[in-house]
Design a protein around this ligand. Sequence first.
Ligand code: BES
Ligand code: ZN
Length: 380
Amino acid sequence: MQEQWIVFDNDATGSLITALATDARLGARAIARFSPELETALHETFHYEKHRCGGYTLHLSRAAAEVEAANPFYSDNYLNRPLAVPCRIDQQADVVPALELVDTEHIIGTIECLQDMGTRYYDSDAGQDAALELEARWSDYGIGRSDFSVTRFEHPWKQDSVIASIKGAALPGEIVVIGGHLDSINKCNQSVAPGADDNASGIAAVSEVLRVVLAYGFRPQRTLQFMAYAAEEVGLRGSCAIAEEYKRAAKNVVAALQLDMTGFSGSPHDMYFVNDYVSRPLTDFLKKLIGEYNRQGPHEITFGDTDCGYACSDHVAWTRVGVPAAFPFEALFSDYNKEIHTARDLLRKLDKTGTKQACFAKLGIEFMMEISTSRTAMER
Ligand code: BES
Ligand code: ZN
């Protein structure tokens, strides 16, 4: 068939979106050729019509766009694929006392510290200051442990990603990841982007998982990695760079949990599992963990299901390279905190007691401790 390149004028961008949406209903993706100026128009129209930024990806060649459109890892076949690590839940003797160490004040303190940095925009000095601050905090949590390290992952922009590792005692080559994005954005004024919910709240929960796992003195069998991704808000760039580098280096990530927005109580349940672009077996495992630890008594977490409808956060960077990923979210997608990406994304709109955010930290602790160490997982 003759190749067709369609270039839309600014005032026709809306038609392209309609065409894309029609194709999406049919389960297809569409490729179009754009000039850089049109990207701005597309972005604005998307905001206006769809109330979001994502929903399309830019590629520097037609070949790269075709590879992404045909990516097999977005298919139901892959998303339903059983996990490589069989997981039984059998670490209750360590998980229950570790959960007791979760400190809501500490979670709130991390959110305040990050929101008060002014901006964490990915290509700003302040954005890099946030990475250095987090590196220092994370390093403090693990002082004196020889199996613990914190590194910065550099990118071709100012802000680094930050990665903390606890080396597995038995299977160090198998990596379990928990992460969230460190950067923030304000579409009107990038110097005022407090990003308390999006995503200081996720970073605060990831930090609390790390702090508790170390404070408890847990020794995982598999390697645990804690990631604060740079540049999510401009197209998952930091997480995609890391996931691609791990793939290139044949690093074996067995599962990845994404925490992005954990503090706004917009819907009745404590959390909602995003069901698109995620591993269904991993999502089911997380629900089982909540059920088990509700029964054990240390918490009473309620949950539901939701859909983003597009590649909305860094879990997709892992899904994209074939790593099972999951994404529990603060509310139904339709009820999300509408102050994100503005100067009003502040702690005062969130659960100021930290109880909501602590639910995500607790699930993170259960996930990291069980999937890295459960006996069945070791027997495989
Ligand atoms: N935290 C948001 C994603 C989000 C927003 C999920 C609302 C659920 C409800 C994330 O930081 C974000 O803003 N993502 C962009 C897309 C990204 C590829 C640039 C978005 O949703 O516009
Ligand atoms: Zn965002």
